[in-house]
Design a protein around this ligand. Structure first.
Ligand SMILES: O=C(O)c1ccccc1N[C@@H]1O[C@H](COP(=O)(O)O)[C@@H](O)[C@H]1O
Length: 220
C-alpha cells in the first residue's frame, strides 16, 4: 500500500506541533519569512523543535534568505531539511544547503503556462546542481509567495514525476483525498487549510487531513 507522506507547515505554537505529531505527520514546517503570518524567530522555532520526537522531520522554510540568515537560524533551531520557497536560483539553493550541510527541497510555483516538461527540466537541473537536493515541492504561483490556499492544475504533473514530488497549494481536508488519488505524490503539504486563523492551527482539521490521506492510501 502506498503511504503518502504528510507535511504540516507554518507551525507557531507547541499545541499545534503536538497535534501534528499526534496525527502522524511525517514532517513539520517552520516559516522563517518575516512577512508571513506564520513567521517564527529562530529562538521560537528552536523551542518548538525541541518538542519534536525522533523520526519526525523538521523543515525550515525560507524566502530569498541569505546564507548568513540561514546559518543564524541553523545555529539555534535544529532543522533537518530546507525548503526554498522564493525566487532563489538553483545555484543559490545549492550554496546555502552546502553552507549549513542540510538537504533541500526546491519549490516550483506553478503558473498556468508551466508545462510538465518544465517540471522535469527543473528537477534534472536541481539534481545536477547538488547532491543535497531532495526533491521538488510544487505550489501555486501567487504574488505573496505561499501559504495562500490557491490550487494549480494537478494535471500538469507528469505521471513519472509524481511519485517524487511534494504536492502543495490550497489543499484542504475535503480536497486532499482526491489529490492523492489523482496525482499519487510522494507527499502532501498543507498550511492554511488546517488553520482556524492565520498562523493558528486547528487540531481537528489536522486529524481530518491525515485521516483523509490515509483513506486515499488504503483505497490504492
Ligand atoms: O505558510 C506561509 O505563510 C508561507 C509563506 C511564504 C512562503 C510559503 C509559505 N507556505 C507554504 O505555502 C505552501 C502552500 O500553502 P497552503 O497550504 O496553500 O496554505 C505550503 O508549501 C507551505 O509550506
Amino acid at each position: 500500500m502506498q503511504r503518502t507522506r504528510i507535511k504540516i507547515c507554518g507551525l507557531t505554537r507547541p499545541q499545534d506541533v503536538q497535534a501534528a505529531v499526534a496525527a502522524g505527520a511525517d514532517a513539520l514546517g517552520f516559516v522563517f519569512y518575516a512577512k508571513s503570518p506564520r513567521y517564527v524567530t529562530a529562538a521560537q522555532a528552536g523551542a518548538l523543535m525541541s518538542a519534536v520526537p525522533p523520526f519526525v522531520s523538521t523543515v525550515a522554510l525560507f524566502v530569498n534568505a541569505s546564507i548568513d540568515e540561514v546559518r543564524a537560524v541553523a545555529a539555534v533551531a535544529p532543522f533537518a531539511q530546507l525548503q526554498f520557497h522564493g525566487d532563489e536560483t538553483v545555484e543559490q539553493c545549492a550554496a546555502i544547503a552546502a553552507a549549513v550541510g542540510k538537504p533541500f527541497m526546491r519549490v516550483l510555483r506553478v503558473r498556468p503556462e508551466t508545462s510538465g516538461a518544465d517540471l522535469l527540466a527543473e528537477e534534472a537541473l536541481c539534481r545536477a546542481a547538488s547532491p543535497l537536493f531532495s526533491g521538488l515541492l510544487l505550489d501555486t504561483f501567487v504574488d505573496a509567495y505561499g501559504g495562500a490556499g490557491k490550487v494549480f492544475d494537478w494535471g500538469v504533473i507528469p505521471a513519472g514525476l509524481a511519485p517524487r514530488v511534494v504536492l502543495s497549494g490550497g489543499l484542504t481536508v475535503d480536497s486532499v483525498a482526491g489529490a492523492v488519488r489523482q496525482v499519487r505524490p510522494y507527499a502532501v503539504d498543507i498550511s492554511s487549510g488546517v488553520e482556524q486563523a492565520k498562523g493558528i492551527k486547528d487540531g481537528a482539521k489536522i486529524d481530518a487531513f491525515a485521516a483523509a490521506v490515509r483513506m486515499a492510501d488504503r483505497e490504492g
